[in-house]
Design a protein around this ligand. Structure first.
Ligand code: DGJ
Length: 727
């Protein structure tokens, strides 16, 4: 109803001459920061400030428009329209029903809703001067965590459909002497490789066009430091990401005035979107935080926000597990699995996770060439079904979880033979495969229904099913949907929307089951998906040395509770080193327990007990990075519980060079200077003696100013210390 009134509003209201009235200023504040919007004399909405908040909010209105060479009045636009005055990268670009491509959005109104003591939602309505197009910008501010989510809603009342050619979620403006971008690139087993460079004039674009496992080459997460690269504890830095599990695009444009324009949203590549009158097009949220005290604070802001507001069961517990992927691959049967259930019990972890290969009969899933899509148990491997494995798990007193890849299909499958029209592929071109498989067309509600039923039927077979690993190995090639008919350019967007529809249905019926988001390694992680998933798989590369770097970079954006970290046989390091690294997240094992030496087995069992005693600090505490493996021979990460009573410190030697290990003291962080602490070394290998026995007492002040030497050397290449308050 409200929206209708808006369209009828006389134009004169829009053209109030604000130079006569007081300048309208809209500050969006969090505990330490502010984004400040202003309405100019011409009713353009500009973003006048981004940074630390002022002590006196009244002063925001004194922010003057910067002296500028701007020919357009739009360089600082809070949502840059295209086709009228604009000369720079737009946030929105549309074609009207009559074919015209111009848009000039002006301020109409705004309101601030207080959603809770901690959350405000500011919405600003903009309207085109000529066409009946309205864009509402949303800024959801999470005050305590210093995080803002920003998105837009586009709507129109034209006589016919309009075409959205670009439809960003956010258009931010940063002002500084220099801008340093830290971005990530990678591929399978090479996820999260950082690059940090100073931005020059022009546009730097971070994007993905892969469709499904969209982050394979590049995730949407990035950070921008102002003036100079921020360190862990110093410097101004914005960390950001798009909450979208598909193609994304972030343009970072250093404009003619030397300001940085950050425009982020769904990638408009091959994605022109038709919008009917009176229908909302809601963009996904772009989430960001800002810190003037370095990357540590910014990352803890995101961790807290994620656990408080976004991540599925962010404040809850997680299950430790034994996975059979690397110990059996596709080669297992019921008896072998029963043995693994015993190993699960013996190891002391919570759950056995049955991986790929348990399904399909006509085209049995004995390797990755066949069977995907046929989700009935393979009768040879599991003659009594998964219900029988689940029953046995029950008897052993462990939980049972299972792997699926429900968005995908092998051409060699009954599903493909029966429903070729459910598959994304070009009808007149050769098929092209990624891991011998194709992607199902989730734009089609019938296919959405099928995928939902894949999950639903697992719970019919095992009502106590305790865990799901949801894999996604293929990208989208030959993008074409039979279902979309002539609207092919909606495929990439509607695919992700279809995926979310399925996940919403699953979560409605099964709100509690933990689910791992896996994508042939770390090809898909974002906060759009993590609303439905409790954790993600960072990489198939589980060499612990590699994982130190991969987990380090992910940890800027995602809290440790989201990170599935498994002990495998990748890498040449000792079991202790591998376990110590895997303890920095959500611990799992994917090794042949029966082949462990008695000492290794004892070590692993003790490590699970140790992990149980520190896991809540790692999952729910604050993370501090003490020594950076990119620059130092030792990586050191510390987690401190929220009341600063307990902490755990992980140290790893990452250099093989002669005498590389530093003999210096490590300055701890995040403790209470006034509290007294003891230090005990845990995860000590059987037969060895730890160097910290909990006898000495140190103040937090001492540990943070003088520090302690964890005594790393090649014979102690990884050290885990538990720190506890003593009274
Ligand atoms: C890729 C995943 O990353 C692995 O952990 C495993 O589940 C395989 N897929 C199974 O095909």
């Amino acid at each position: 109803m409200k929206k209708r009134i808006l369209f009828l509003m006389p134009f004169v209201l829009l053209s109030v001459n604000r130079s006569l009235a007081q300048k309208l200023t809209i500050p969006i504040e969090t505990a330490h920061n502010a984004v400040v919007l202003q309405v100019t004399a011409k009713n353009d909405l500009v973003q006048a400030y981004f940074g630390e908040r002022l002590n006196t909010p009244d002063e925001y209105s004194q922010i003057k428009e910067v002296r500028t060479s701007d020919y357009t009045g739009l360089y600082q636009s809070a949502y840059t329209p295209s086709g009228s005055r604009n000369l720079l990268e737009p946030a929105i670009s549309i074609q009207h029903a009559d074919g015209n491509q111009s848009l000039d959005l002006r301020y109409v109104s705004h309101k601030v809703d207080k959603l809770s003591e901690d959350v405000t939602l500011t919405s600003v309505v903009l309207k085109d001067l000529v066409y009946k197009v309205v864009v509402t910008l949303y800024y959801k501010a999470y005050i305590k965590d210093d995080v803002v989510e920003q998105w837009s809603v586009i709507r129109h009342q034209e006589k016919g459909e309009i075409t959205l050619q670009k439809f960003a979620s956010a258009n931010l403006n940063l002002s500084s002497k220099a801008y340093w971008l830290r971005q990530y690139h990678g591929d399978w087993a090479k996820e999260m490789r950082p690059e940090e460079t100073q931005l020059t004039h022009g546009i730097k674009t971070l994007d993905s066009k892969l469709g499904t496992r969209a982050n394979l080459f590049m995730p949407s997460m990035f950070m921008v430091s102002l003036n100079k690269p921020a360190t862990e504890d110093e410097g101004k830095v914005m960390m950001a990401a798009l909450e979208w599990s598909g193609n994304f695009r972030t343009d970072l444009e250093l404009d003619p005035d030397d300001n940085l324009r950050v425009i982020s949203g769904i990638n408009n590549y091959a994605s022109a979107y038709k919008l009917k009158p009176n229908v909302d097009f809601t963009t996904p949220a772009f989430v960001y935080t800002f810190s003037s005290k370095g990357k540590g604070v910014a990352s803890r802001n995101l961790h807290n926000w994620a656990r408080n507001y976004k991540l599925m069961n962010g404040k809850g517990d997680r299950l430790t597990l034994l996975n059979n992927w690397e110990s059996t691959y596709f080669d297992f049967n019921e008896q072998k699995l029963f043995g693994l259930l015993k190993d699960t019990k013996a190891l002391g972890v919570d759950l056995f996770l049955l991986d790929d290969g348990w399904f399909a009969n006509k085209f049995p899933r004995n390797d990755d060439h066949a069977g995907l899509g046929d989700w009935e148990e393979n009768r040879k491997k599991l003659p009594n079904g998964i219900a029988s494995v689940a029953r046995e798990a029950d008897k052993e007193g462990v939980k049972f979880g299972i792997w699926i890849e429900p968005e995908m299909v092998n051409p060699k499958s009954a599903l493909y033979s029966k429903h070729p029209d459910w598959v994304i592929k070009q009808p007149k071109r050769d098929e092209y495969y990624f891991r011998n498989q194709l992607v199902l067309d989730l734009t089609n509600p019938t296919v959405q229904d099928f995928v939902f039923k894949v999950v639903d039927s697992l719970f019919i077979k095992d009502p106590k099913l305790a865990y799901i690993k949801w894999d996604c190995n293929a990208v989208i090639y030959n993008a074409y949907s039979v279902h979309l008919k002539i609207q092919q350019s909606q495929l990439y967007v509607d695919y992700v929307r279809g995926l979310y529809t399925v996940l919403q249905r699953i979560r409605k019926k099964y709100p509690d089951v933990p689910m791992m988001l896996c994508s042939g390694g770390g090809g898909r992680v974002d906060y759009g998906a993590l609303q439905y998933f409790t954790e993600f798989w960072p990489s198939d590369n589980t060499d612990p040395l590699e994982r130190i770097y991969i987990q380090w970079e992910y940890s800027y954006f995602y809290p440790a509770i989201t990170s599935s970290t498994h002990v495998t046989d990748w890498g040449k390091q000792s079991l202790k080193y591998r376990v110590d690294v895997a303890m920095m997240g959500k611990l799992g094992f994917d090794i042949v327990i029966a082949k462990l030496s008695p000492q290794d087995l004892q070590f692993a069992k003790d490590a699970v007990v140790n992990y149980n005693s520190v896991k809540s600090i790692i999952w729910h505490g604050d993370q501090y990075r003490l020594s950076d493996p990119q620059t130092d021979p030792v990586a050191c990460v510390m987690y401190v519980d929220t009341i600063k009573a307990s902490a755990v410190v992980f140290d790893y030697l990452v250099s093989n060079r002669y005498d590389a290990a530093p003999r210096s003291r490590m300055l701890l962080k995040g403790l209470d200077p006034a509290k007294k602490y003891t230090i005990r070394e845990i995860n000590v290998y059987p037969g060895k003696t730890g160097r910290f026995n909990g006898e000495s007492i140190y103040s937090g002040d001492f540990l943070m100013k003088v520090g302690i030497d964890p005594e790393i050397d090649p014979s102690r290449s990884s050290v885990v210390l538990k720190i506890d308050e003593t009274k």
